[in-house]
Design a protein around this ligand. Structure first.
Ligand SMILES: [Zn+2]
Length: 209
């Protein structure tokens, strides 16, 4: 089978997109303090990733590092970088990965961990997710238990992605959201849509209690 080569994205473009998305997500309180991390694929072998321990709303060029998808993360990269690199290896069409730590993603994933997934159905906003074309579609967001052993968590995600090509996001219980897209714009749209839908689900739990 012929594999189409991944067109290269210049590092300067990737840096600009990462800095901009950091500001956008930070003002919405999706990445409080120094939490969250972002990445952008550069080509078939490398990706630009954010440095650990910096406020994602105030990123500068030096806070973006280049990582080899098949090697240990570069020095200074976030401990969660393997989760980004794994997505680029598993999903050749993923060009951006965004990880947020909002209150609602941490809380709802904890409350619903026993179910193993959150199934979203009947929302107009589902059309903002991947190739979902109708609000009647059921979109599943798997929930993984939090794990400090990131390579172990990455291998669990890989195993699930192999079986579920339609997935566009997952939650880590008590921790946050991972989503990806075929462009930075699509990944950002996924974050905004999912944060809205997660907020709706949490509000619904309060009302129906
Ligand atoms: Zn995190």
């Amino acid at each position: 089978m012929r594999v189409n080569p991944v067109p290269a994205t210049p590092l300067s473009d990737a840096v600009r997109e990462i800095v901009e998305v950091g500001r956008f997500l930070s003002v919405r309180n999706f990445v409080p303090a120094t939490s969250g991390n972002f990445s952008r694929r550069l080509d078939a072998r490398t990706a630009a990733v954010t440095r650990s321990g910096v406020d994602k709303g105030e990123l500068v060029e030096a806070d973006v590092l280049v990582a080899d998808l098949h090697a240990p993360p570069p020095e200074g990269a976030s401990a969660e970088t393997p989760l980004h690199l794994q997505l680029y290896r598993d999903r050749p069409d993923a060009h951006a990965v965004l990880h947020t730590h909002s209150v609602v993603s941490a809380l709802l994933s904890n409350l619903r961990l026993a179910e193993g997934e959150l199934v979203l159905q009947g929302f107009e906003l589902l059309k903002a997710l991947g190739d979902t074309r109708t609000h009647e579609a059921a979109v599943s967001i798997p929930i993984f238990p939090n794990d400090q052993d990131i390579p172990r968590l990455a291998s669990k995600v890989t195993a699930l992605l192999e079986q579920r090509p339609e997935l566009v996001a997952y939650l880590i219980a008590g921790h946050g959201l991972y989503t990806w897209g075929r462009s930075m714009a699509e990944a950002r749209r996924h974050v905004v849509a999912l944060e809205h839908l997660l907020t709706y689900e949490l509000e619904k739990m309060k009302v129906l209690r």
